[in-house]
Design a protein around this ligand. Structure first.
Ligand code: ADP
Ligand code: MG
Length: 624
């Protein structure tokens, strides 16, 4: 193999700069951020040491936006402004939502916008903006704990996400001020986390049962490279369904079907989830519910009853496993590893049924909540160029077929689903009328044959075709899908060279103007957010300095300082205490500096004295 010389002889190469990169698992229920530090990928905690961020955003009257646990705490008391599970509506149109509205207790506005908006106390918000708030929190967390700005991120999405949903996720990242290296399918990230690319060749199944979605993916490992053979699943199946089943069971047992207000339903759902999670380690739990007439309802709920409720869902996931294996043309016995992902795989019943189906014990060593973020972090690290000697090549597949409308409102598939991406495919078409000078091109996504049953992605016109007899023009339409699964389509008439192209902006995405406005808003808020963070940091610093000085003065103040010196320190101290009460970070910083200057001499004297105390009774030689 020939070597390519990239630097002049004698020139030294600049030391490799480590770029900060993170992986983000933007989940329906929970989100996580992870990073590779000293070669180890780990999730990052907030200032309280908590890793998991509930994907919940609360909008408050005064314009404050709260994300995570503190938002979740208000899910019951302020349900309409506390938005959870927005991932389910990312990239969806109002029409798509009608099927979900039953259990998403939000007020949607339909005012002819391209993106559905949820009505909140601060006005309408889009799912993209809500996701951006979650991403911002993770970004600040990462920047605080890694100590610098992020060069780029890898965000994971369900393998099933279509173009519109992927685009919406990218828009959210843009709003959060993040540079997206790429979107990565969640199952692929999980396989990376288990280091399965380091293993021998073989087939792996990734079973991901989270709160909102179920995904099954069949991966093939070949010479350290992954190929996704097939994917399947259900974007509306997960732990939330189990919660709902239990909630319905509770309502039925308590004969409460008449009570339907949001707040009460949320309480029942919260209790249902608590019971469900408790049953992972217990054989039975006690369910208690405060009723509206202030009486309370109590009932025992057993693992057996729970398993009966969720069995239809677990069966459904197994049917998907069977179907996806068939599509990959892989026999069950050929699957070497089964990787478990998602909080709901903690349920022993789920694990047992999967074990039974595959005839093998699934891998559960890595926390099923963390595994996707960990893999994404490894991928981000590689894409940031921090692993110059290692190569990581990931091949993903297209989740849904892409095609064009042809005569009779039929769809001609140009790229089949499960094709490895990035990919480019071209197909030739021709005119069907004599002298036809324009061609209307309609791009569709989906598996069905009729246009009406597929999702319309974009339309554009190829014009200025030279007039010819029908069937004489050669029009080459090229579909190109990038590594994120995003599509661009171009068309060219070969004899004349006229061409037209479109980058597919999914019809449910945001318009450029909308994005621009949101970006402006978010820059505005970003300044606020940064300001708040700096302030908090200075406040913490002030407390630390004040506390250290207080204890030093109490011990040695009288002994080591004159009254005049004590007075000066006291004044500087008061100034800092006052600054600490305000919200001007710079003022606090200055006051800290002044106080440190004033007490410098005192601290020096204390140090001298403690050195003298240590040395008392010893000869100087002992210390040499
Ligand atoms: P998503 O990827 O959809 O955000 P996660 O992978 O974070 O979801 O999983 C969240 C789901 O896992 C929730 O439905 C939650 O109730 C469920 N879950 C978490 N821990 C347990 C447990 N110990 N037993 C049963 N279900 C659990
Ligand atoms: Mg998940």
């Amino acid at each position: 193999m020939a070597l390519l010389q990239i630097s002049e002889p004698g020139q030294s190469t600049a030391p490799h700069e480590h770029r900060l990169a993170v992986g983000i698992d933007l989940g329906t229920t929970n989100s996580l951020v992870a990073s590779v530090r000293s070669g180890v990928a780990e999730t990052l905690a907030d200032e309280k040491g908590v890793h998991i961020l509930p994907s919940v955003v609360r909008y408050m009257q005064d314009g404050k936006i709260v994300v995570g646990v503190s938002a979740l705490a208000h899910a019951t008391t302020d349900p309409l402004n506390t938005l959870a599970s927005v991932k389910r509506i990312m990239g969806r149109s109002i029409d798509d939502l009608s099927s979900l509205q039953g259990y998403l207790p939000y007020q949607f506005m339909d005012q002819g916008h391209s993106v559905p908006r949820i009505q909140t106390v601060v006005g309408p918000v889009t799912p993209i903006e809500v996701s951006a708030e979650i991403l911002k929190v993770l970004r600040y967390r990462a920047e605080a704990s890694l100590g610098g700005e992020l060069a780029g991120v890898v965000i994971t999405v369900p393998a099933y996400f279509d173009d519109a949903q992927r685009q919406a996720t990218k828009d959210a990242a843009r709003l959060a001020g993040l540079n997206v290296y790429r979107l990565l399918n969640e199952p692929t990230a999980a396989a990376v986390a288990y280091g399965l690319d380091q293993q021998a060749e073989g087939v792996t199944a990734i079973y991901d049962l989270g709160g909102g979605t179920f995904d099954i993916s069949i991966l093939k490992l070949k010479k350290g490279v992954f190929e996704v053979l097939s994917t399947g699943g259900d974007t509306a199946l997960g732990g939330d369904d189990f919660d709902r089943e239990i909630a319905a069971w509770i309502m039925q047992q308590a004969q409460l079907s008449g009570q339907g207000d949001h707040k009460f339903m949320r309480r029942v759902m919260t209790e249902a989830r608590r019971a469900k999670e408790a049953l992972t380690n217990a054989e039975k739990v006690l369910i208690t519910l405060q009723l509206e007439d202030r009486s309370s309802f109590e009932i025992e709920f057993t693992r057996q009853q729970f398993e009966k409720l969720i069995d239809p869902y677990v069966k459904k996931t197994i049917a998907w496993c069977r179907k996806t294996l068939r599509e990959a043309e892989i026999e069950v016995a050929k699957v070497e590893h089964i990787v478990m992902v998602g909080g709901s795989t903690r349920i022993p019943y789920v694990c047992n049924r999967i074990h039974e189906f595959f005839g093998k014990r699934p891998l559960v060593e890595i926390d099923p909540d963390m595994v996707v973020a960990v893999g994404a972090a490894q991928q981000a690290d590689a894409l940031a160029g921090n692993k110059p000697n290692e190569e990581m090549l990931l091949l993903d597949v297209l989740p849904l077929s892409l095609g064009l409308e042809t005569m009779g409102e039929l769809v001609e598939k140009v790229i089949q689903r499960n094709t490895v991406i990035p990919v480019a495919r071209a197909q030739e078409f021709t005119t069907f009328k004599d002298g036809q000078t324009a061609m209307h091109i309609h791009v569709l996504q989906g598996e069905r044959e009729k246009v009406g049953d597929c999702r319309s992605l974009a339309t554009f016109d190829l014009t200025n075709i030279p007039p010819m007899v029908a069937g004489a023009a050669h029009i080459k339409v090229t579909f190109q899908v990038d590594a994120d699964g995003l599509l661009s389509v171009s068309a060219e008439e070969k004899s004349s060279g006229v061409s037209a192209s479109v980058e597919v902006k999914p019809s449910y995405g945001l318009t450029d103007t909308e994005i621009e406005t949101m970006l402006k808003d978010s820059f505005h808020h970003a300044a606020d957010d940064m300001h708040v963070r700096q302030l908090v940091e200075q406040q913490v610093d002030a407390d630390r300095v004040l506390e250290a000085l207080r204890s030093a003065l109490a011990k040695d103040g009288d002994e080591l300082l004159s009254a005049e010196e004590q007075e000066k320190i006291e004044q500087a101290k008061i100034k800092l205490v006052l600054a600490r009460q305000g919200n001007d970070g710079e003022l606090i910083e200055q006051a800290i500096k002044v106080l440190e200057q004033e007490s410098e001499e005192f601290i020096a004297r204390r140090m001298n004295r403690s050195v003298q105390q240590v040395m008392q009774g010893h000869r100087i030689e002992e210390f040499e």
